[in-house]
Write a protein that binds this ligand. Structure first.
Ligand code: NAI
Ligand code: BAL
Length: 498
């Protein structure tokens, strides 16, 4: 990309950044009530970046109370949708104005490459916010069939105070996927960023105030899952939680809801996503480029990563050779070097988890080495009962196995507790579409890898998803609820409504 800077220029921006470190509640930054902090670290160097407010249930209580006050007095929730639109578009413009700073902050905090932060995370964040802002004053309520004496209206109302619990793999983008539709709908939000990556959510909250989002509407409470996520999930005055993260934690949010106020819960969780390549797939070189992108983009720290390659036996060697050639074009190293496509894994704990799958017991076709937070793109040939085949690794590790027929491939694709995404490569389009229908996953791509865009719903089948979809007009459903308004128009006041 011609407008990327040099490594030195990025490092000088990094050195000059002012890093937000306090929680953002009711329109201002504040320390945790306990006064506690925790370190956020640059995973590429191991150096501490800053100390972040380590909030707990007391801070969650204040944020929810302020969010409730804001929601009830209507300072945001009752604005004309076009007024909310204008403010959200202003926020998107402010993000654009601060794009470089946000990209560097995101890269430092998460280990993601500056190339991805500059070309994907920040621009897609802006696009997502604009998409939902532009949508909100174009949605019509409905009327239901009713007699001439009655009017039956179906109205959508903002759900209220929502908790948005975020993962660390796309800190900005997942924030946008959730605040875009939630704020557009008129909700007040309490955001809980992942403890590994709090910085950009805090900076966006500051920009949101500057854009004109009223105090109390957009709060960010930093801290650990048990200290902040759980109190939010259990809070009696939170109407809804939208979560993205692991299936294990998603399950907890269902329990929190069941054990508290039955708040609505939407869960976007893990994946072990298959890429099926049949012998008749056209242009293996192009297929290989898609597989490399699917498996290794964002260091494989992607819930929709193609982590299982199911390939027709007769083309396996040819395809693997091409995948290896493409993977070698993805340099690994300093995330602030714009030439690099593979950065550092998000944390030492996550690095250790990914390394535990590289125990030497598998046949390694590529990579397999890991050092100081960086894991090389790795391809493992494994049987379909191997741990690496079945469990979500969330690192740059592609597991491969062979089949003879599309039926075998689909059966293997579906042999998982997950159902987030899949891709199918075949020049026989009928066969490919039949397979796409048979695969139990929320997004299936044919002859490509991708997860859609702001306009297309994203979420999972089985243990990958619950309760709704991110993105598209469907995301709006998460943050609204339906009210029926029934009006008797008859002159006879005694006539029963029916
Ligand atoms: N679907 C996805 O996009 C993601 C999947 N993962 C998967 O999860 C694995 C573990 O990563 P984690 O960071 O531990 O994910 P996680 O699911 O534990 O964390 C996601 C969010 O939930 C919060 N959380 C954690 N424990 C909680 C609790 N007991 N109660 C309430 N909130 C809680 C975290 O603070 C974070 O904000 C990864 O290796 C990967 O396999 C992780 C992040 C994103
Ligand atoms: N791929 C975007 C959603 C996620 O990884 O959680």
């Amino acid at each position: 990309m011609s407008d990327l800077l040099t490594t030195q220029e990025y490092k000088s921006i990094a050195a000059g950044l002012s890093l937000p470190h306090q929680a953002f509640i009711d329109g201002s930054f504040r320390s945790a009530i306990s006064g506690k902090t925790f370190a956020t670290t640059n995973p590429a160097t191991g150096a501490d970046l800053t100390q972040i407010a380590a909030c707990d249930a007391a801070d969650v209580d204040v944020a929810v109370e302020k969010a409730r006050d804001a929601f009830e007095d209507g300072r945001w929730s009752r604005l004309h949708p076009s007024a909310r639109k204008e403010v959200l578009i202003k926020l998107a413009k402010l993000i654009k104005r601060n794009a470089r700073e946000l990209a560097v902050m995101e890269s430092l905090d998460s280990g993601k490459t500056i190339f991805d932060c500059e070309t994907v995370d920040v621009p897609e964040t802006i696009h997502c916010l604009i998409w939902h802002a532009e949508l909100i004053d174009k949605i019509y309520d409905q009327t239901a069939p009713a007699s001439d004496d009655h009017l039956a209206m179906i109205l959508r109302e903002p759900v209220g105070v929502v908790g948005l619990v975020l993962p660390w793999n796309f800190p900005l983008l997942m924030l946008a996927w959730k605040i875009g539709p939630a704020l557009a709908a008129g909700c007040s939000v309490v955001v809980k960023p992942a403890e590994e990556t709090s910085l950009t959510a805090l900076r966006i909250a500051e920009l949101a105030m500057e854009a004109g989002i009223p105090a109390g509407v957009f709060n960010v409470v930093t801290g650990s899952g048990p200290d902040v996520g759980e109190p939010l999930g259990r809070h009696p005055d939170v109407d809804m939680v939208s979560f993205t993260g692991s299936t294990a934690t998603g399950r907890r949010f269902l329990s929190y809801s069941g054990e508290s106020n039955l708040k609505e819960v939407t869960l976007e969780m893990g994946g072990k996503n298959p890429a099926i390549v049949m012998a008749d797939a056209e242009n293996l070189d192009r297929v290989a480029a898609h597989i490399v992108n699917g498996a290794f983009w964002n260091m494989g720290e992607n819930c929709s990563a193609s982590s299982r390659l199911i390939v027709a036996r007769e083309i396996k060697d040819a395809l693997i050779d091409k995948i290896i050639a493409h993977a070698r074009e993805w340099p690994m190293g300093d995330p602030l070097d714009p030439a690099n496509r593979i950065g550092a894994l998000v944390s030492q704990a996550h690095f250790d988890k990914v390394c535990s799958y590289l125990d030497g017991s598998q046949r390694i076709l590529l990579g397999g080495t890991a050092e100081n937070g960086f894991v090389e793109p790795t391809i493992l040939e494994v049987p379909a009962d191997a741990k690496a085949w079945r469990e979500e690794i969330f690192g740059p590790v592609l597991s491969v196995t062979t089949v003879d027929t599309m039926d075998q491939a689909v059966a293997l694709a579906n042999d998982t507790e997950y159902g987030l995404a899949a891709s199918v490569f075949s020049s026989n389009i009928k066969q490919a579409l039949r397979a796409a229908r048979a695969i139990r996953a929320g997004t299936v791509t044919v002859n490509s890898f991708g997860e859609g865009d702001s306009a297309t719903p994203f979420g999972g089948y089985k243990q990958s998803g619950f309760g709704g979809r991110d993105n598209g007009i469907h995301a709006h459903d998460q943050y609204t609820q339906i009210k029926t308004l029934w009006i008797d128009l008859s002159d006879d006041a005694d006539e029963a409504v029916s």
